[in-house]
Write a protein that binds this ligand. Sequence first.
Ligand SMILES: [Zn+2]
Length: 116
Amino acid sequence: MRNGNVLRGSRVGSAPARPTERYEPAPCRAVTYWCRNGHDVEIRIAAEAPVPDLWDCTRCGLPAGRDPGNPPGRARSEPYKTHLAYVKERRTDAEGAAILAEALDALRRRRGRPEC
Ligand SMILES: [Zn+2]
């Protein structure tokens, strides 16, 4: 039923070629997020899609949440640390070597199985 030339013929700002032909967009809803810097970000998502808890602020990049009074992401006082740095805080090198050996063993065992 849809005219195949609609897209080709459309220009920015041009009126729909056939106003009488009702085009129903997927139902969607507006969801607003607030970041710590007081920005609000409104996004539109499909009505049936689950609402994400967090959305990156489009202005400053901080995570933004649904509660304007309690935006997520404490102001970061700690410098960025790599995952490895965190792991090294908790594990000694010897423990790390043992864990690595264990993981490699498990990997080899899994690869040895016919279904993998
Ligand atoms: Zn922001």
